[in-house]
Design a protein around this ligand. Structure first.
Ligand SMILES: [Mg+2]
Length: 224
C-alpha cells in the first residue's frame, strides 16, 4: 500500500491534554477570583492538587465546598469547556505535520469531545493550516470514534480508500477499533505522561504499530 492520508487523534496525540486541563482550571480560578475577591492562585492550586489526586469528575464541586463559595457549578463547567485554551503542539507533532505537508500527504483529524471545546483547541494549536479535513464527534449526542461514520466521512471527503489511510491515536480501547475494521493502518503513540500510556492494547483491535514519538511515523510511511 502507499499511504496518501494520515488521520490524527487530537488529545494526547498532537498536544498534551494536561495543558488544556490546567488552562481551564486557570480560567475558572480567574473567574471566581474576580467575582469573590479570593486569591486566584489558591483556587488554582486546589484544583491542580485535586486533579493530581486522581479526581476527575467533581473537581469544581470540591472547590466550591472547600472555599465555601455559593456558585452554580454548571457555570464553572461551561467556563472550562468553552474557554479558548493556552496549549501548544508536541515538538514531534509539529515536525511530522510539516513533513507530511511537504510530502503532499493529505492530513485529517478525527476527535471525540464537545465541538466548541475541540474547535477551540484546533484554533489555539493553529492546526487548520495543516488539515484537509476535520471531524469532531459530539459526545453530547452519543457520537464517537467507535462508530464508522466520522471515518467514512473523512475518507469520502478526501477521496481516499481505507487501505491508503493511517489512523494515529493514543487511546487503546477506542482509537483503533474502526480503523482496523475498515482495513486502515493503525498506529498507537505512547507518550510517558499520556493518560493511557500504561494501558494494554485492546486485544480485539490492537494497533498495527506502536511508537513513542511521531517522528517514527516517517519510517512507517516510508516502509509502506
Ligand atoms: Mg487521545
Amino acid at each position: 500500500m502507499s499511504v496518501r492520508l494520515v488521520i490524527f487523534d487530537l488529545d494526547d496525540t498532537l498536544y498534551p491534554e494536561i495543558q488544556f486541563v490546567y488552562s481551564g482550571f486557570l480560567k475558572v480560578s480567574e473567574y471566581l477570583s474576580k467575582k469573590l475577591d479570593i486569591d486566584r492562585l489558591k483556587l488554582f492550586e486546589f484544583l491542580i492538587s485535586s486533579f493530581e489526586k486522581g479526581i476527575r469528575r467533581n473537581n469544581f464541586d470540591l472547590l466550591l465546598e472547600k472555599f465555601g463559595i455559593e456558585e452554580d457549578v454548571g457555570t464553572l463547567v461551561q467556563i472550562y469547556r468553552n474557554h479558548y485554551p493556552k496549549i501548544s503542539l508536541y515538538p514531534d507533532s509539529k515536525y511530522i505535520l510539516e513533513y507530511l505537508k511537504s510530502r503532499t500527504f493529505k492530513i485529517a483529524l478525527i476527535t471525540d469531545g464537545y465541538p466548541v471545546t475541540q474547535f477551540n483547541k484546533i484554533g489555539a494549536l493553529r492546526l487548520t493550516r495543516y488539515l484537509d479535513a476535520i471531524s469532531v464527534n459530539d459526545i453530547s449526542r452519543g457520537e464517537s470514534k467507535l462508530y464508522e461514520k466520522s471515518f467514512l466521512k473523512v475518507l469520502k471527503a478526501l477521496d481516499v480508500q481505507p487501505d491508503k489511510a493511517v489512523y494515529v491515536g493514543d487511546a487503546p480501547e477506542k482509537d483503533f477499533v474502526v480503523p482496523n475494521k475498515l482495513g486502515m493502518c493503525s498506529v498507537r503513540v505512547i507518550r510517558k505522561e499520556g493518560l493511557y500510556s500504561s494501558k494494554d492494547d485492546n486485544s480485539e483491535f490492537p494497533p498495527d504499530y506502536k511508537i513513542t514519538s511521531l517522528v517514527k511515523l516517517k519510517e512507517i510511511l516510508e516502509g509502506n
